[in-house]
Design a protein around this ligand. Structure first.
Ligand code: NOJ
Length: 495
């Protein structure tokens, strides 16, 4: 039964046509999470292939080795996306598929290049605009082994730049939207502070053999910021004049709301939490005045936070031509009132599900950290626009839903997810229409259920249900895919 959606009454009726005619909308994915074929056609291993094998690291004990098998079925996936009405598709390249050992002097794997080239051609043939992420957390294992990956900025930089340059050379005639890094903050915090993602380093010896949560995250974050800017400089100077594309970075960020809206300390704590999470990366890139990390971070962390050299400062501003925004939820935060722990990365706050009055941050999903909170999304959009004033490209947003266990007609009618999109997109359209926030894209996370990192196959974010038990990973559209097509049809202004 195909669902029927109507947008003829408020609040949606008044939002008709509020998004620009050239608005890009579609789905986002990442190589590790969907491709499979981890050791096929010359691909080298990434740190996630190694990490997933360590007992206890992945919730369901799974690996990403076959995932959705998108490497094999990319044509079917493009056809399905076409039927979903998308205009754009955001995906990432697996570095170790393109350069198996990752380094500046290591051989290029032409088979890997060919795969992405074919995918790009298939998208363009179907009028779907590719948005390409260079790094979505899958560091080549060889670079981690050789010199510790991003902890060694000097060794890492030429390797990343060679990889970036190769991608611009081989795909830039057809790819006009580049994203250097996906969520550098999550790569940093989950991988080097909490140690629950690859490469699995932290100060906590019950969890990880090596690492230092009080210093390494800040080094790794700095490496990503600076190498983003260097890759962008190469693109802008050597490729952009002829290829005429754009380049930016995608940051994660959720909304932090004071636990007690009347308490000055909680109000300050919420702003501090936003700075630790978002402005950590966004201030050096888009801020005004001197290129520097937020003052609240410098005050708490001192020299554990690296300093930008004069040369790095000069590279930073203008290096990201848009604000790539991934967001999912909101939290209440309360000032801790005790001195910060050496391993604190949040601005010395408690993070809570309810505010002082007991109001919940939103309806639960199938993922503990994620609750539907469009109210916070509305505030976040305005906070980012107000602070940075650069065009916003929404590069990820979406949810899991409880009880998605099988592809029955009932379960495919994913009302929780539909409600999530309906409310978030309503807020997005309102921010554009009422406050002039400049939003130019929206990518739903994600095209199909996939390998959700440390959660394995247990967290289903897809608008397509995947039966992981079938050899071909059979795909079943959920009703939310129809909903998005129809809602964007309503929201986007016709030429
Ligand atoms: C952000 C990440 O970029 C993506 O890889 C992940 O699956 C989603 N968040 C959901 O957690």
């Amino acid at each position: 039964m195909s669902p029927n959606f109507s947008f003829n009454s408020p609040p949606e009726s008044v939002l008709k046509g509020s998004l620009r005619p050239d608005f890009h909308w579609g789905y986002a994915t990442a190589a590790t999470q969907i491709e499979g074929a981890w050791n096929v056609d010359g691909r080298g291993p990434s740190i996630w292939d190694t990490f997933a094998r360590i007992p206890g690291k992945i919730k369901d004990g799974s690996t990403p080795y076959d995932a959705c098998r998108s490497y094999d079925f990319y044509k079917e996936d493009v056809a399905l996306m076409k039927s979903y009405g998308v205009r754009a598709y955001r995906f990432s390249l697996s570095w170790s598929r393109i350069i198996p050992l990752g380094g500046r002097d290591d051989p290029v794997n032409e088979k890997g290049i060919e795969f992405y080239s074919d995918l790009i051609n298939e998208l363009l043939k179907n009028d779907i605009t590719p948005f390409v992420t260079l790094f979505h957390w899958d560091m080549p294992q060889a670079l981690e082994d050789r010199y510790g990956g991003m902890l060694n900025q000097a060794a890492y930089t030429p390797d990343f730049l060679r990889y970036a340059r190769l991608c611009f050379e081989r795909f830039g005639d057809r790819v006009k939207h580049w994203i250097t890094y996906n969520e550098p903050g999550v790569y940093t915090l989950a991988g080097y502070a909490d140690g629950v993602h690859a490469p699995g380093r932290s100060s906590f010896r019950d969890r990880n053999e090596e690492g230092d949560s009080s210093t390494e995250p800040f080094i790794v974050a700095h490496t990503q910021l600076v190498t983003h800017a260097r890759a962008a400089k190469i693109y802008r100077e050597e490729f952009k004049p002829s290829q005429k594309g754009m380049i930016g970075i995608t940051l994660h960020g959720n909304w932090s709301e004071p636990w007690d809206a009347e308490d000055e300390a909680d109000i300050a704590a919420a702003e501090r939490a936003r700075e630790f999470e978002i402005a950590w990366f966004a201030d050096p890139l888009y801020g005004r005045g001197e290129v520097e990390y937020p003052a609240s971070m410098r005050a708490q962390l001192g020299d554990r936070l690296p300093r930008f050299t004069e040369e790095e400062k000069a590279l930073m501003r203008g290096s990201s031509e848009f604000y790539g925004m991934n967001t999912y939820t909101s939290f209440f935060v309360r000032d801790k009132k005790t001195p910060p722990d050496i391993n604190d990365h949040k601005g010395n706050v408690d993070v809570l599900d309810e505010n002082k009055q007991g109001v919940s941050r939103g309806a639960e999903s199938d993922t503990a950290w994620l609750r539907t909170s469009p109210w916070g999304f509305a505030k976040l959009l305005r906070w980012i626009w107000g602070r940075y004033h650069v065009p916003i490209y929404m590069t990820e947003n979406g949810t899991t839903a409880k009880g998605e266990t099988e592809p029955s007609e009932d379960i495919l009618n994913d009302t929780h997810r539909i409600k999530f999109f309906r409310e978030y997109l309503g807020e997005l359209a309102k921010a554009v229409k009422e406050d002039g926030v400049d939003v130019r894209s929206y990518f739903a996370w994600t095209f199909a259920d996939n390998w959700e990192w440390a959660a394995g196959y247990t967290d289903r974010f897809g608008l397509t249900f995947i039966d992981f038990n079938t050899p071909e990973k059979r795909r079943y559209p959920k009703h939310s895919a129809t909903f998005l097509r129809e809602f964007f049809g309503h929201l986007i202004r016709k030429d």
